[in-house]
Design a protein around this ligand. Sequence first.
Ligand code: HEC
Length: 288
Amino acid sequence: MLEDQAGGPPLNPIEMGMPDKSSIVKRLKENPDYVAAFGTQFGGDVFKSDESAYAAMTKALASFERSDEFSTFDSKYDRFLRGEEKLTDQEELGRVLISSTQFTNCNTCHEIRGAKGLEDGLFTNHKYFNIGVPANTAVRSANGSKPDAVDLGLAQNPVVAGDPAERGKFKVPTLRNVAVTGPYMHNGVFKDLRTVVLFYVKYKSKKPSRQINPETGKTWDAPEVPENIAMTELTSAPALDDKRVDAVVAFLKTLTDKRYEHLLPKEDGQGAVAPAQPVPVNVTPKAP
Ligand code: HEC
């Protein structure tokens, strides 16, 4: 249930890392607007116990997630689909590349069509794959994980109970709003969207320059979990050249909901402001 999910991250030591329900409820009560709204929605007794206040918070989050406001489908791409707006040539090239299975493999996993066709596409097939993401060693040391800890992904889910075939697999995420929701991958190992696209290029390209992570200037780090990598899917299309990499990035930016478009870096590169990046609370951001 969405309610159960909403209750997870605040208390998860490697997500929001709050010690217990009572400290979260205390934080909620610091905001008079929350106190008033909780009272209106759930009755005056809602803050009588931490349990009832916490449950109310998860209900509120879940009903927001179910609302149309949460999935507005009003990005430039959606407006393009409705014939309301044109894509630039570069964005259109990116769209064509991502829509095909001949030029890119993205669509195999980040499915561009939804149940009703293109208009409700979520850019995920809701499946799990190991795509060879390296560990984020900086976050590891900051969140107190053991240095030899391995994030086994899906294999850590009790439902599959350690099945070795699921090691290293993560759910294919949506690409909607991806341009304003860095850092990237489940562990935030890449800061820049272009780096993510180049990460895929390394699998097919034979060029030495494509084996370099532009963020570190060094060879891409080894996959955290070397088993089960989806090599068939990852090598099913030719390596993109720079022009096509940029086109894919430009297209991904068109998947930004209207209300977040102001967070996109400016097109001309002049005075581009990096979007505010959500930082896990227990990680100290590095000085710029
Ligand atoms: C084999 C399936 C597969 C293919 C093919 C694939 N992806 Fe992914 N993609 C994933 C998975 C799984 C993740 C999540 C990995 C993680 O969290 O560690 C991901 C993550 C991403 C992310 C980061 C999203 C985020 O919010 O952190 C972007 C961007 C992305 N993919 C774009 C692409 C593009 C562009 C292509 C084509 C060049 C592509 N993907 C091809 C499965 C795939």
